[in-house]
Ligand binder design. Sequence first.
Ligand code: KG4
Ligand code: ZN
Length: 383
Amino acid sequence: MSDAYILGIESSCDETAAAVVRTGEEIVSNVVFSQIATHQPYGGVVPELASREHLRAILPVVRKALADAGQTYQSVDAFAVTQGPGLAGSLLVGISYAKALAFALDKPLIAVNHLEGHIHAVLLEERQKGNRELTFPVLALVVSGGHTHLFLARRHKSGWTYENIGHTRDDAAGEAFDKVAKLLGLGYPGGPIIEKLSQHGATSAIKFPPSQIKHADRRTKKNESSREENARFDFSYSGLKTAILRHVETHGMQPSIDARRKALAGILEPKLEQYLALCDRQTLDLIASFQLAIVNDLTSKTLAAARSYDVATLFVTGGVAANGALRARFEHDAALDGLPVYFPSRPLSTDNAAMIAAAAYPKFLANDFAATDFSAEAGMILK
Ligand code: KG4
Ligand code: ZN
């Protein structure tokens, strides 16, 4: 079959993105417009503002993705768009635009689950590198601002299926990074700055107990077999967040946090040295210990699941997979188990549309196109 060019569109959260991917294996263009500056003053994504920003950005972002790829609306073979999960109003901007394109140009439209996109970011880049050696089944940890999910990914003749074997019971890991950063007056998003500051603190300074899933949450439903119950590998980060809050209170850290928040609010794009000048040893140690607690939890649970399900390969993907300490630990620990582990490159770890176009390719081959009346699914499940 000849090459197929798919234009992917992603607007599920605070990035407006478009990309052209050839035959599910080459990123021809990849444009990401981040709304971070819009949401920064609020310390998190404001859904209403996100939708408006998507509306503003979608046309120039798509035009740039086509121009960078040397393609036109007419020349691409299909359009793909994120259906969910995500913010409903934000998803609707991408979906409405993609539907209009598909209708006007009489081309196929493919609806993609955002989480499937994160998994295909890894597959896309491995294919792009020429790696045809991946062995299955794959266990994928999707770890982002909205999700901490473990999926067994299986490839079939007509596409892919996914089985969720664990998820967070409360906060996602990225959400914990963001909330702790906010709590410590470090601004939004939390992950990248916590990663940088962690390198200046002692990871062993504070011992946080491993996260525990409350017994009530683990109750076996009547029709749920004990095998399924035992096989779940769930995560929980709200306890860790509360432990940080308690540490801040008992160590009288609030005045210095308030001072830091105020000082950083007055700096447009603070540099690492400016953050460091505003963080004392106690704060840096707390940040480093927090990051280690998350890294420990994510790696130990994922590897336990990998052993239990006897998987052949590990993927770690989503915004938090950009974290260098997490990557290093996964590489080290997976090697002890003789398990190959793959990550997307850093730009493809966080939200982008190349992963959406890549996930759409097997559906394109299977003629699995979206119905004309499909809509956003904020809580869309991957299966
Ligand atoms: O995948 P993503 O771009 O959007 C969602 O689908 O949620 O992930 C964003 C999340 C944010 O919570 C952000 O703090 C986190 O990923 N993140 C990181 C790093 N870079 C982004 N967390 C830890 N370390 C990083 N370097
Ligand atoms: Zn994402």
